[in-house]
Design a protein around this ligand. Sequence first.
Ligand SMILES: *Cc1c(COP(=O)(O)O)cnc(C)c1O
Length: 382
Amino acid sequence: MNAEHGVPPPQAGDGTRAVRAGLPEPVKYEPTLPGPVFAAHFHLPGEPTGPYTYGRDQNPTWTLLERAIGELEAPGEPVETVTFASGMAAISAVLFSQLKAGDAVVLPDDGYQALPLVRERLETYGVEVRTAPTGGDAQLSVLEGARLLWIETPSNPGLDVCDVRRLAKAAHVAGALVAVDNTLATPLGQRPLDLGADFSVASDTKGMTGHGDLLLGHVTCRDPRLAAGVRNWRKVVGAIPGPMEAWLAHRSLATLQLRADRQCANALALAEALSGRGEVTGLRYPGLPTDPSHKIASLQMRRFGCVVSFVLPDRGHAERFLGGLRLVDDATSFGGVRSTAERRGRWGGDAVPEGFIRLSAGAEDADDLVADVLRALDGAGR
Ligand SMILES: *Cc1c(COP(=O)(O)O)cnc(C)c1O
């Protein structure tokens, strides 16, 4: 018998771990997953010590969610997780808690579209920002003297992959901390801490929670001092998750393995179908054996994610394709149970061709999804 009821052994599978992640010890007449705790303050006679004092510092609903995420990020290991109001809040917490004027930081030049906004802010505060592409481990060439290396793999939206172990090792030799934006992969796709990162960071708005109905982010680290810096930043800026969002997220984690497996299988089916089309160029999916990133991805990823990207001949072609889809919503974001696609160039932030499409595979039946996409492609070519 287990020492602790309900805690899966470290060798348990992802599904077993996901359905039980972060659950409290069973208490007679209490629910399996306690509901959200709405509290700005807690009864606190006497000395103002924790765990629960004021709602900007801690909340029991966060505690359970943070434990759950930690169990997925590093099964069986003591790690600390800090949840945030959004992915950007989590990203900012790492960068702004760790960097000070005079430090150098290495960012990807093909990462999430809000990174250039962060860059501007960091430079205003006197931080030197260097960038290099994700592909080819190009960030290695600008590591010298850096305080922190920021990795995003697979990158969004280009889906390039870098070798996290290799980059983390080189960064540590150079005296830099390493953070990985793991949004696209989720901890079931890739475990950055196992690959050598100091911070695993994610927008849980996407595949982690998977229903397109909330924004959330998290940071997980092994080193309690690093976690303390990130937690202090959350308190200072107040970028805290709402209890309802935190509870919805925890509830959603139970199906993470089911969703991830289904969505990855659908993404692969779509990538295979798209690879046979003459009007499609620049097709990328790390799970496709012919993808330039497949070899490295296979060494560090356990699932290849739900996002496929490709290029149609021009803007009009891409717009006709999106307009012809019936089962795929024209919407931004990714990772949800309902498939979405968009012409990424409409935002103006990414260096992508006008016909570039980012498609996020949902949990529909693969045959239906593939048929819908092929039909829309047929209708889009005049
Ligand atoms: C969406 C996204 C973010 C930002 O997350 P929000 O929850 O929207 O703040 C950061 N990184 C990546 C890779 C993303 O896809």
